[in-house]
Design a protein around this ligand. Structure first.
Ligand SMILES: Cc1ncc(COP(=O)(O)O)c(C=O)c1O
Length: 389
């Protein structure tokens, strides 16, 4: 079956974060919103059909995840990544950021050092910071248009009494899919200093076909025993409103600790999240393959458009997902002037680079999880605004 990702669907007035918060975030309704990280594609029918079928039973009481769901998640890991993960290692959390907060509070104490790699998804530093931990920045380095890790600086930071390292795998923004060599080195360095790794792999399933996502915990016994992984079908299948994420913690002592902390606040996950996860992981591969190709085409459109038509503006070609990182630094604008240019002149609602921490200056992040016509229109608007400066 051939799926249609070109269809434009009106999302206004559906309590939609991306559309209905425009005035609040950008000071105007008059922008094409290409910011918050969900997609404008129709949630696939095999998921909405499964949700409707569950609604046919008209009691929506307290719910436990079906036992089979952990096995379905483990089978997905095995099929997609060749990872033999035991279903017992899996459990469910109401969102990865919530899980991240729990992990930070469970595995560190107030004042402890938590290492993150900016520019990065803002909750990676806001969550530890807001919970009284000390955030240590290990900024990524841009080498030939791709991000790389700064292991020399990391070595020093790990030795300086750090407790936790939060890995974004694939990385947001920039879409870098970390390779085996990088992951192995990171695993050895952190384990040798007793620093636990949290690996957020929410973007993994949208890795482009020329690249291979390798689950961090799958690379070695060292990585397996010293990690907490978070994953979710939420972004991939466009169901983040259902709050359906999961963790994988192979080390029994770490898992017990994490699960005890969750029990102490009686944390539950949404019934419809379970239904969507099962439908996505048992029926979703054909749709996913086509969707990822479409995303890659959208990202390539942004990169090529900048190269051909907008001097001084460069976009980083992602290796996964729908978030493209655009570098406007050569234009020599202040962050404020750049934001004004994008909102007021181009009429676009993008994510502002500095919100991603150090390394974000002079950048904007565009979400291309939408029909290609919108991507082309956004690029034409950026070209026109830049050329009129
Ligand atoms: C790296 C990363 N982790 C987590 C999330 C959000 O996950 P959740 O909605 O499950 O909290 C996002 C959303 O943009 C993200 O980019």
């Amino acid at each position: 079956m051939k799926y249609n990702f070109d269809e434009q669907i009106d999302r206004e007035n559906t309590s939609c974060y991306k559309y209905d918060l425009r005035e609040k975030v950008f000071g105007t309704e008059n922008v094409i919103p290409m910011w918050v990280a969900d997609m404008d594609f129709r949630t696939p029918r095999f998921i909405t059909d499964a949700l409707k079928e569950r609604l046919e039973h008209e009691i929506l009481g307290y719910t436990v995840p079906p036992l089979s769901l952990k096995k379905i998640c483990a089978d997905w890991q095995k099929r997609r990544y060749g990872w033999d993960a035991n279903p017992e290692w899996f459990g469910f959390v109401p969102g990865i950021v919530t899980g991240l907060g729990f992990a930070v509070n469970t595995f560190t104490q107030p004042g402890d050092k938590v290492i993150v790699q900016p520019p990065v998804y803002p909750p990676f530093f806001k969550v530890p910071n807001g919970n009284g931990r000390e955030v240590v920045y290990n900024p990524l380095k841009e080498v030939n248009g791709r991000y790389e890790m700064d292991f020399d600086l990391l070595e020093k930071q790990l030795s300086d009494n750090a407790k936790l390292f939060i890995l974004c795998h694939p990385h947001n923004p920039g879409g870098r899919v970390w390779n085996r060599e990088t992951l192995e080195r990171l695993a050895e360095m952190c384990a040798s200093k007793g620093v636990l790794i949290i690996s957020d792999e929410i973007h993994a399933d949208m890795t482009y076909h020329a690249f291979q996502h390798i689950p961090f915990a799958s690379i070695s016994e060292t990585a397996r025993d010293n990690s907490v992984t978070f994953m979710s079908p939420s972004k991939t299948f466009n169901v983040p409103g259902l709050i359906n994420s999961y963790y994988v913690i192979p080390n029994p002592a770490l898992r017990r600790k994490f699960e005890t902390a969750m029990e102490h606040v009686d944390l539950h996950v949404n019934l419809f999240g379970f239904v969507a996860t099962e439908a996505a992981y048992t029926q979703g591969e054909e749709w996913l393959g086509q969707m990822v190709d479409y995303l890659e085409g959208n990202a390539r459109t942004v990169v090529d458009y900048c190269d051909k038509n907008i001097p001084g503006v460069k976009a980083m070609m992602p290796e996964s997902s729908f978030l493209v990182w655009i570098d406007f630094a050569e234009l020599g604008l202040s962050n404020e002037a750049l934001r004004k240019l994008i909102i007021d002149k181009a009429g676009l609602g993008l994510n502002d680079g500095p919100t991603f921490g150090p390394g974000g200056d002079g950048h904007q992040r565009i979400n291309v999880g939408c029909p290609r016509a919108l991507v082309v229109e956004a690029m034409e608007r950026i070209e026109k605004a830049v050329k009129a400066m």
